[in-house]
Ligand binder design. Structure first.
Ligand SMILES: Cc1cc2nc3c(=O)[nH]c(=O)nc-3n(C[C@H](O)[C@H](O)[C@H](O)COP(=O)(O)OP(=O)(O)OC[C@H]3O[C@@H](n4cnc5c(N)ncnc54)[C@H](O)[C@@H]3O)c2cc1C
Length: 381
């Protein structure tokens, strides 16, 4: 039986980022256990988007910090973080005024969001139909990074360092000591002794919680996305968002495909089913062509589904939870990829020193038990 300082369950953006910061902070003995391959969960299925345009102080601060870290990580582990902005389209005066207020909050926290006229919006993305817009919000520091490049970057980085990353190793049991502390983590291929365990299992976090007798408030919701055949790269650079069109989000990858999707329907129930639906293709086609009419000529190349691992208030659950030494980092409800660097750094700080300057308190998982629900963060992408 091996003994490790920290065991991380889950090789998605969350688990990999926590392992990275732990190794930066000098924790030598870290293992990441992934039941499939890195990025095989929601991370490899995400829409690539990274933004600080949120409406609550904590998430804006987390994401302002994360964007700085994304820039440094990109250099250090070798992937591209393309800061091509997020462009929120507004269709009524009411929506525009609401976003003016949000912009003030973002600006006060160092996020340089601007309000643009429809013509200025079209200068950033020429094929947009701006005829029905009242304006747009734009933060040039927001951007995108390809999840495959990110997870393989981490993987290579760990190969040269101290972090043990094991793929195709499923955690099947967690054993606690009589006094309730962590004792052992059983996998399908060996046992580890540890006193610190991170549950970064995304949509499967509840199954890991059950191994410790915990009923975690996280539910998986299917969320679908598409990519089209490639077009001239650089045509749709910002992530374009339209709440009016079923919370549609779309942008272009470096190779030219248009990647994106629309929001999950209200009547969707929690499920582990990741079957793609024709209804989604219809909805996404209607929304995308209303936003950019020339996309009617685009063919969908690939369509897939993953999970939004959702918490009761639409915000992540981050921090030590119920069992001493058990850290939960799940329940992002749709924006967990972009938060990974701040979550990684914050959780690694909690593990190593018990404190962090990042506003992790806001996401304290115990808030749900106390009935202190936060306002839901805007979800799309
Ligand atoms: C279509 C779609 C688009 C999205 N777009 C965006 C976006 O643009 N921006 C954004 O920020 N977010 C986006 N998201 C959300 C984002 O993908 C997730 O919030 C994020 O990837 C969560 O990362 P994670 O590491 O916590 O979970 P995951 O990536 O799901 O990783 C969890 C891992 O744990 C492993 N695991 C589970 N149980 C066990 C076990 N018992 N033993 C070992 N391993 C186990 C799984 O195999 C999995 O690889 C999108 C999601 C979807 C589905």
């Amino acid at each position: 039986m091996k003994s490790r300082d920290v065991i991380i369950i889950g090789g998605g953006s969350t688990g990999l980022s926590i392992a990275y910061y732990l190794s930066k902070f000098g924790v030598d003995d870290v293992s990441v256990l992934e039941m499939n391959y890195v990025g095989s969960g929601s991370t490899g299925r995400c829409g690539t988007g990274i933004r600080a345009q949120f409406a609550d102080e904590a998430t804006i601060k987390m994401m302002k910090h994360a964007e700085g870290e994304w820039r440094e990580l990109a250099e250090e582990i070798g992937f591209e973080f393309r800061q091509t902005g997020y462009l929120y389209l507004h269709h009524t005066e009411e929506e525009l005024n609401q976003y003016r207020q949000i912009k003030e909050l973002q600006n006060s926290l160092g996020v340089p969001t601007e309000i643009l006229t429809p013509t200025e919006a079209r200068e950033l993305c020429e094929p947009l139909d701006v005829s029905k817009l009242t304006g747009a919000s734009y933060n040039p520091e927001d951007g995108k990074a390809h999840p495959f490049e990110v997870v393989t970057g981490f993987k290579k980085y760990f190969q040269e360092g101290n972090v043990e990353l094991r793929e195709n190793v499923k955690v099947v049991e967690v054993e606690l000591r009589k006094e309730g502390r962590l004792k052992k983590v059983e996998t399908a291929d060996g046992t580890y002794e540890t006193e610190v365990l991170v549950n970064a299992a995304g949509g499967w976090a509840p199954a890991v919680g059950e191994m410790m007798g915990l009923d975690l408030p996280v539910e998986p919701y299917r969320h679908q996305a598409i990519i089209t055949e490639p077009f001239k790269p650089g045509t749709i650079e910002p992530m374009v968002i339209s709440m009016k069109h079923e919370s549609a989000y779309l942008t272009q990858t470096e190779r030219g495909g248009i990647i994106g999707g629309v929001g999950t329907p209200e009547d969707e129930r929690p499920t582990y089913d990741t079957t793609e639906t024709l209804d989604f293709e219809e909805r996404v086609s209607r929304a995308f062509t209303a936003i950019i009419p020339s996309l009617k000529y685009a063919r969908i190349l690939r369509h897939w589904a993953g999970y939004y691992a959702t918490s009761p208030d639409g915000n992540p659950l981050l921090g030590e939870y119920k069992v001493p030494g058990h850290y939960l980092a799940a329940g992002y409800s749709g924006h967990g990829y972009m938060m990974a660097p701040s979550v990684g750094e914050g959780i690694a700080e909690l593990i190593t020193s018990g404190e962090t300057e990042l506003p992790l308190d806001y996401y304290d998982p115990e808030r749900i038990d106390r009935g202190e629900l936060r306002d839901a963060a805007v979800q799309m992408g």
